[in-house]
Design a protein around this ligand. Structure first.
Ligand SMILES: Cc1cc2nc3c(=O)[nH]c(=O)nc-3n(C[C@H](O)[C@H](O)[C@H](O)COP(=O)(O)OP(=O)(O)OC[C@H]3O[C@@H](n4cnc5c(N)ncnc54)[C@H](O)[C@@H]3O)c2cc1C
Length: 419
């Protein structure tokens, strides 16, 4: 039976949710407080699809690494201490999740979600006639140190045991993988199933197809709250009036917890600020995307341009740009790709985005128990593009009360932290 679905948020998760709902014959209204021509986390990111990322962000060693990086102004990670109950609560839950049991329990789930997400993207590429530069050449973790190489070789062994192929490569093998690219590394690990795409193109082509299929877009409309009766949402109250439907899906990115708060639902979430820089005419253009292991910088070819993304700053919703963190990114690049120079970035306009980060490194996807017609799709952290299409599919399945196509999704339900 066709339902009227109200999607709150026009980032990639909102668009993917709308896509899967409209394909199943539902009527969709999508609202966002931004303009149609907009920016945000779903646009300037590194565009990687990552079956290789089966280890949740909350993992053993993260607290130690975070403490080490806390004191450096150029490090890829930062937390701005502030008197905020939500930050204290998030940090408490994060440190509790940083253990081996959490990783072992959830790695198969993240693997399944990312592989299903990849498959859904291949399908989307056919449906959208390849309009977003999807490249299936894998991803390499490039290591500049023996210590980094040793760590990545261990991850590769686990990856293979989980059925996600990974090959440890020496510099010569890496050179053969991407001929003509100078790399100053001790080695790397190639994950052949990973892919990359151009997020700006993905967003525009998906939005255009949604429009054609009849999704009603309501731009420049801020959701200010909800009108509820008992365990049911009756409508959204917005800056331009009330919007009602049968089902409501919160896809508000790093602001989703504010919307959940209005409904008395606790959704531990912090914004994780990151930057990207895009070289329009790089001196050398790799064809395989990579992550610079020690520097934590993602490098993605997008058509003729080359994008570099990095840093994770837990600093609230502050979208200002830190010159020292940007310097950290720029300084690291020639250490791995000596043909690229720091000066190449002089005229580059930095981009900033806020990732929606849950404390256990797993997304929030599915129905809430408090309201019978409320669902959430957020908290994807560093994997929002990769997991977008499978998220949309899981939400559409939940809307139709169908059994989920992925096992173990009770572990990503939005009210898993409710007391
Ligand atoms: C530097 C960087 C690199 C990244 N690289 C990758 C990568 O390679 N691969 C990957 O998978 N992921 C990557 N990510 C993560 C990915 O970009 C995010 O997880 C994803 O974009 C989040 O999408 P979203 O739709 O949840 O949020 P958003 O894109 O932030 O969208 C949320 C929308 O909700 C709207 N909204 C919020 N509140 C309200 C309200 N009250 N009323 C109306 N509208 C509202 C906002 O205006 C916004 O448009 C990267 C992120 C960064 C910062």
């Amino acid at each position: 039976m066709s339902k009227k679905v109200v999607v709150l948020g026009g980032g990639i998760i909102g668009l993917a949710t709308a896509w899967h709902c409209i394909k199943r014959g539902h009527e969709v209204t999508l609202l966002d407080r931004r303009q149609k021509v907009r920016d945000g986390c779903s646009f300037g990111n590194a565009g990687m699809l990552v079956p290789s990322h089966f280890i949740p962000l909350a993992a053993p060693g993260m607290i130690k690494l975070g403490m080490k990086w806390l004191w450096s102004r150029e490090s890829p990670f930062a937390i701005r201490p502030r008197l905020s109950w939500s930050l204290i609560d998030w940090l408490w839950k994060f440190q509790r999740a940083c253990n081996q049991q959490h990783v072992e329990q959830n790695s198969p789930l993240l693997r399944d979600l990312n592989l299903a997400g990849r498959a859904a993207f291949l399908e989307l590429e056919t449906e959208l006639a390849g309009e977003f530069n999807l490249v299936q050449k894998g991803l390499v973790m490039l290591c500049a140190t023996e210590e980094g190489m040793h760590e990545e070789a261990e991850v590769a062994a686990v990856s293979n045991s989980l059925g996600v192929p990974a090959s440890v490569m020496n510099p010569q093998e890496l050179a053969e993988l991407d001929p003509g690219i100078e790399m100053d590394v001790v080695g790397g690990v190639h994950f052949p199933l990973d892919c990359h795409l151009s997020p700006n193109l993905l967003m525009s082509s998906l939005e255009e197809k949604l429009q054609r299929r009849g999704v009603e877009f309501v731009w420049e409309t801020e959701c200010g709250g909800f009108r509820t009766q008992q365990n049911e949402i009756q409508c959204i109250t917005s800056s331009t009036g009330e919007i009602s439907g049968d089902e409501y899906v919160i896809c508000g990115g790093a602001w989703s917890n504010q919307l959940a708060d209005d409904l008395g639902i606790s959704l531990p979430l912090q914004a994780g600020k990151g930057y990207s820089l895009t070289l329009e005419t790089p001196r050398q253009q790799p064809t395989v995307c990579s992550i610079l292991k020690e520097a934590r910088v993602a490098v993605t070819p997008m058509g003729n341009s080359l994008r570099f993304g990095g840093t994770m700053e837990i600093v609230g919703h502050d979208e200002s740009i830190s010159p020292s963190r940007l310097r950290g990114i720029v300084r690291s690049i020639p250490e791995y790709f000596p043909a690229l120079k720091q000066d190449d970035f002089q005229d580059c306009q930095p981009w900033v985005g806020l990732r929606p980060c849950s404390p256990d490194g797993l997304p929030y996807v599915g129905r809430t128990s408090k309201y019978r017609n409320l669902l959430m799709a957020t908290g994807h952290g560093m994997m929002g593009i990769s997991l977008s299409m499978i998220t949309g599919k899981l939400i559409a399945e939940a809307i139709e009360d169908e059994p989920s196509s992925i096992d173990g999704i009770e572990r990503i339900l939005p009210d898993r932290f409710a007391n």
